[in-house]
Design a protein around this ligand. Sequence first.
Ligand code: ADP
Ligand code: F6P
Length: 324
Amino acid sequence: MAKEIKTIGVLTSGGDAPGMNAAIRAVVRTAIAKGLKVKGIKKGYHGLLNEEIIDMEAKDVSDIIQRGGTILGTARCLEFKTKEGQELGAEICRRHGIDGIVVIGGDGSYRGAQKLSQNGINTIGLPGTIDLDIACTEYTIGFDTAVNTAMEAIDKVKDTSSSHERCSIIEVMGRNAGYIALWCGIANGAEDILIPEKYDYDEQRIINNIIDNRKKGKSHHIIINAEGIGHSTSMARRIEAATGIETRATILGYMQRGGNPTAKDRYYASIMGAKAVDILLAGKTNRVVGYQHGEFVDFDIEEALNMQKCINEYQYEVAHLLSI
Ligand code: ADP
Ligand code: F6P
């Protein structure tokens, strides 16, 4: 017999992402519409262990769908990686009458969700990260906004780079994942992209490419460098010394994680938030919501965490092909 769910909790965990508020709103309002009580857990697992738990009504999520960040706050919490921390988290849920939790975050947050589930609290994960690096889903909440923010910023750098006939290295977020860099590489028409999944550290190839392009008459040379490769400033110095072409580095940083979510992020977050509540109501636990082949789907967390995602070879090739 499935455990009857009466009260659900919702938390955001790991790096924030635009659209998390839309997801929180959808969870809260779907749950209330279906007769459940909702508790908001502040600052991720850290707030859970500190019992930073508030009652949430429909009006508490008014006017947040358009806001970046997360009204619940987020955190990284080492204590939750321990058995004691996980047992305490489940015990605190029981103390507050929480029998189901929606966790909005990335792979790390799913591992925490899995532990809560193993400790008797029904748990559903939603993919919230600007990095697009969750294998079970083609879409993660926040990616669309982040990549559009980065694209607009790179357009601006490109204007000044062309005017001064410079080479520009623009560093975008993604410590372990090159999706923002790949998308910007294509959307901004960059001459080169450096991503953790592919970069071979052959700087001479980049230098030769810059010199060739200058000979062909290109006024600018845009290199999108993912955070995982990093060192953009020192790379710019070396490239300028080797090519004789003025080279500047721009690190876009956290601006990519903030700002009003795009329509796509608001829409997908809303559907996914509602779906998480429906999955809990169906008596399921230890699931994550994803988007695949035009459908909103859900997977077992362990199965989802074991899936692999790689940069699409053809799309990576196209990025280079179009930069001639
Ligand atoms: P993301 O969810 O964006 O991948 P992190 O990897 O930083 O972000 O994970 C967010 C939080 O999830 C961590 O600070 C920790 O509290 C929890 N977490 C991560 N890994 C585990 C784990 N193996 N077991 C339990 N909790 C975990
Ligand atoms: O996961 C999102 C992300 O912005 C990554 O692109 C980046 O590497 C990381 O978070 C940075 O995290 P922090 O907030 O700890 O600096």
